[in-house]
Design a protein around this ligand. Structure first.
Ligand code: ADP
Ligand code: MG
Length: 229
């Protein structure tokens, strides 16, 4: 017997999230296969970021179950969730969310350094990761010296820079980019994920972005609101 087989990279079973009296995510069931590239669509306020938070382990389900890479997120301790985030998850946000004081290679290498990799080696790996997203030679620029599209590619390199990252969560990564930059960033992200055999769940408003994914899951606000009497 080897390691337990992971049937799904992630699965939600009737997961629902309430923040006080607000239902942030209506009851949702969803399976994501290993290696799948999934788009998550739905109007603003439909719960996309909340669902991604469930997968990242930063939001707790009010009811239902959430499993990610074989871990029952609901019953895992905060330390176990943080460990899974650090080790196996890659996160990409709307604005790249880079540390402004650090240059590109330091932003990408930081997680590896925190993971105990020697600084020189982490920065060398960061250079490789930056090259793989088309940013060769730009590693010494700080975020303010890069364009929005380049910053997003740094964020992708950071998410996929660690060899152990196999589940990438992206929250509207192209929302602040023009059409051409958006297409380039998504192409880079999806290609990096596929090359790695990783899994991607990506929230987006953009049908063109969704069209390069294997499948689209749509969240609908129509059912959001106070329960009717
Ligand atoms: N921490 C929170 N506290 C209260 N309400 C929240 C919180 N996070 C999200 N919401 C609400 O939950 C709903 C879904 O939000 P969100 O998941 O951010 O939607 P989306 O990402 O699809 O725009 C919205 O009505 C939002 O205002
Ligand atoms: Mg959102």
């Amino acid at each position: 017997m080897g390691l337990p087989e992971v049937t799904f990279a992630a699965s939600l079973r009737e997961a629902e999230v309430w923040f006080g009296a607000t239902r942030a995510l209506p009851r949702t069931s969803l399976d994501v296969s290993p290696g799948e590239v999934l788009a998550l669509m739905g109007p603003s306020g439909s719960g996309k970021s909340t669902l991604l938070g469930l997968l990242a382990g930063t939001v707790q389900a009010s009811s239902g179950a959430v499993e990610v890479l074989g871990m029952d997120v609901g019953s895992a301790s905060p330390a176990e969730r943080a460990e899974q985030r650090r080790r196996a998850l890659g996160l990409v946000f709307q604005d790249g969310d880079l540390l402004p004081e650090l240059n590109a290679r330091e932003n990408v290498g930081l997680l590896m350094i925190l993971d105990g990799v020697r600084r020189a080696q982490a920065l060398a790996e960061a250079d490789n990761a930056l090259a793989s997203v088309g940013l060769e030679g730009l590693g010494r620029r700080t975020p303010s010296e890069l364009s929005g599209g380049e910053r997003q590619r740094v964020a992708i390199a950071r998410a996929l820079g660690r060899p152990s990252a196999r589940f990438v969560i992206a929250d509207e990564p192209t929302a602040s980019l023009d059409r051409q930059r958006a297409d380039e960033v998504v192409e880079t992200l999806v290609a990096s994920v596929r090359r790695r055999g990783a899994t991607l769940v990506m929230a987006t408003h953009d049908p063109e972005v969704a069209s390069v994914c294997d499948r689209t899951h749509i969240l609908d606000t129509a059912v959001i609101g106070q329960p009717t009497a």
